[in-house]
Design a protein around this ligand. Structure first.
Ligand SMILES: Nc1ncnc2c1ncn2[C@@H]1O[C@H](COP(=O)(O)OP(=O)(O)O)[C@@H](O)[C@H]1O
Ligand SMILES: [Mg+2]
Length: 157
């Protein structure tokens, strides 16, 4: 985590509309900070929780499978992550790791611990929108959607 990041300066630029919007999910808006990082701003309680989860997983994980979190605000509203380029098709990820099926992918030594350890769903992890390209490698860019968050904020029961 880089505490030298000047959040108030970033927010000034944000409110001036200087950062292009890259996308929006159910919990967050994402902006291009134009220095190879993105800003994820929580727009509701889910977004705060997802920011917090991503910062925890990013700190715990030693693999190069996740785009790293570089900063999170104390209240979890703002998160800065390495920027990845979009991938269009999940076959790209399978080809990169030399597997034919998603099942085989999650049987690889460096993949098989992920769903269980971080409580992430394989079906979410197999969606190309949740991945991007960084330094020539595919990385996961949306990994705040754990089973706990799903039950707490998305369950209709
Ligand atoms: N690290 C990143 N690099 C580039 N684009 C990103 C990154 N993280 C998110 N995005 C873009 O922003 C969109 C929304 O972000 P996401 O993390 O999926 O939010 P949510 O958790 O609310 O679904 C993504 O679908 C993607 O297009
Ligand atoms: Mg998303």
């Amino acid at each position: 985590m880089d505490n030298a990041i000047d959040l108030s300066e970033i927010l000034t630029h944000l409110f001036n509309g200087e950062y292009p919007a890259l996308g929006s999910g159910s919990g967050r808006r994402v902006y291009d900070l134009k220095n190879e990082t993105v800003l994820k701003t929580a727009k509701n309680k889910k977004g705060y929780a997802q920011n917090q989860i991503e910062s925890i997983i990013s700190e715990m994980d030693d693999s190069d499978l996740f785009a790293k979190v570089l900063f999170i605000s104390p209240d979890n509203q703002f998160l800065i992550m390495e920027k990845a380029e979009p991938i269009m098709d999940f076959s790209y990820v399978r080809d990169f790791f030399h597997v034919k099926t998603n099942k085989e992918l999650f049987q690889l030594d460096n993949f098989n611990y992920i769903p269980h350890k971080y409580n992430l769903l394989i079906t979410d992890l197999c969606r190309p929108v949740n991945w991007g390209m960084l330094r020539g490698r595919p990385v996961i860019i949306d990994y705040g959607f754990t089973g706990r968050i799903r039950r707490k904020y998305y369950s209709i029961f």
